[in-house]
Design a protein around this ligand. Structure first.
Ligand SMILES: *Cc1c(COP(=O)(O)O)cnc(C)c1O
Length: 456
């Protein structure tokens, strides 16, 4: 694999910490993609962060384009958020009982989705991780419909619950795994995996399994295999097919929710004519995570009362959590959402457009076949001339060009996601000077990508 060009220079607190970590933590990490497996080299051990910057154990500063995989939409350690968290912590870390702020957060989420004039949700349940949100959404859809089968799309990531790991994105894609060991075949068999952006495949699956499909779960815009947006009209037509068949649509906005716009992707997606699709379709259950917790463990599922009130204690579908709606996490999430106003989204859109264009230009200048792919302010580079619309095309790219690109950027003090199968995450704190610093690093990285050799 690629050697880490900065390893010697940083000589290095990071290597020492990684060696020690591996003796007590499997692979030295608590989430696989952090191990730098697909880019090689030593993961940076981060010790603090502020604004657009993170700092490693060797004292080096990096511009951060990971943003904790999305939550840090305001930048790191934003003063107001830290103060709200400190104040909440001082009042008590956890009660295991209802708190007033949970209702405020539920109201904030409902308010964001109803600002479109539609009312797709009027009940919200708070949980602690995106995995729990999608897992619960699926149990709820099965409980409501009395059916067992689930459709997901190849390359979409919905967390690490048993039924959702088949051909998943994110770390599963990074490690090139077909799924996971430890998932019993009868459980995996309840999930039908279809190619993304292929409505004919969806129609065929509903025809082949009439009356047996409980739900289709889809990332509102796929961002865990690199960014692969839905084709214009895909989500709208998907919703129609699903609803005609008496099934539920679960729109997984854990990554896109409240990051690409005030109401998530559902609020910014446009059809071929540029009109917003919030007019055209609604999902039955929306799942949120990442930004909604502002950097602390918090996620949510939301829907209409007739669906959501099938959850315990009102309905027969059980779900619970000792730390669900934790007051410190709610303080971080609520404060983050309240500060994420129209100006923040406008800034993110402009910064993403600028940086994506700069990456595009640098790679073009270096003669590297690539395509920039976008979903609102989320973007990634795909090393294939014609881009990609599904997981097969994503996997066919020259992904080996990414490791030298990544390490060149890291050497210049820019921390990209350590996998080509991930989106780049900007924040409100990525100002003009920060973007310029990233841009200055691009030509050398693009040259490194151009000189990369395919694996033997
Ligand atoms: C991150 C992610 C999840 C899982 O969330 P966790 O908090 O990591 O469990 C689910 N769905 C999507 C679309 C995600 O990006």
């Amino acid at each position: 694999m690629t050697t880490d060009p900065t390893g010697a220079a940083a000589a290095d607190a990071n290597s020492e910490l990684f060696g020690r970590a591996r003796r007590s933590i499997p692979g030295g990490v608590n989430s696989p993609v952090r191990a730098y497996g697909s880019v090689g080299g030593t993961p940076r051990f981060l010790v603090r962060a502020k604004g657009p910057h993170v700092y490693d154990a060797a004292g080096r500063e990096y511009v951060d384009l990971v943003s904790s995989w999305g939550p840090m939409i305001l930048g790191h350690a934003r003063d107001e958020v830290v103060e709200a968290v400190q104040a909440a912590a001082a009042r008590g870390l956890s009660f295991g009982a209802t708190t007033p702020a949970e209702t405020e957060l539920a109201e904030e989420i409902i308010g964001r989705l109803t600002a479109s004039g539609r009312e797709p949700v009027d009940r919200v349940r708070l949980v602690s991780t995106g995995t729990e949100a999608t897992m619960t959404a699926i149990r709820l859809a099965r409980g409501v419909t009395g059916r067992d089968l689930i459709i997901k799309f190849a390359g979409h990531y919905h967390g690490h619950s048993d039924g959702l790991l088949a051909e998943a994105g994110s770390g599963v894609a990074t490690l090139a795994l077909p799924g996971s060991a430890g998932v019993p075949a009868p459980i995996a068999g309840q999930t039908l995996v279809l190619p993304y952006n292929d409505l004919d495949a969806v129609r065929a699956a509903f025809a082949a399994h009439e009356g047996r499909i409980a739900a289709v779960i889809t990332e509102s815009a796929a961002c865990n295999m690199g960014v692969v947006p839905p084709a214009p009209g895909f989500n709208t037509e998907l919703a129609r097919i699903v609803h005609d068949a008496g099934a539920l649509l679960i729109l997984d906005e854990v990554l896109t929710g409240f990051r690409v716009g005030p109401a998530g992707w559902w609020g910014v997606e446009t059809d071929g004519d540029g009109d917003t699709v919030a007019e055209d379709y609604e999902a039955d259950i929306y799942t949120f995570g990442k930004v909604v917790g502002g950097g602390l463990p918090l996620a949510a599922l939301a829907g209409r009362a007739e669906v959501m009130e099938q959850l315990a204690p009102l309905g027969p579908v059980y779900q619970a959590g000792t730390l669900s709606g934790n007051p410190v996490a709610v303080a971080a999430g609520l404060t983050t959402l309240r500060l994420a106003d129209a100006d923040v989204y406008a800034h993110l859109d402009a910064a993403a457009a600028r940086l994506s264009a700069s990456v595009d230009a640098a790679l073009t200048d270096a003669g590297v076949a690539h395509r920039m792919q976008h979903a609102g302010n989320l973007f990634s580079v795909i090393f294939a001339e014609d881009g990609a619309k599904d997981y097969d095309e994503v996997r066919a790219q020259e992904s080996w060009r990414y490791a030298p690109f990544f390490h060149s950027m890291l050497e210049s003090g820019i921390s990209l996601p350590p996998s080509v199968f991930e989106a780049w995450f900007l924040s409100a704190a990525h100002d003009d000077a920060t973007l310029t610093r990233i841009e200055d690093a691009l030509p050398a990285a693009a040259r490194a990508a151009a000189e990369a050799q395919p694996p033997a």
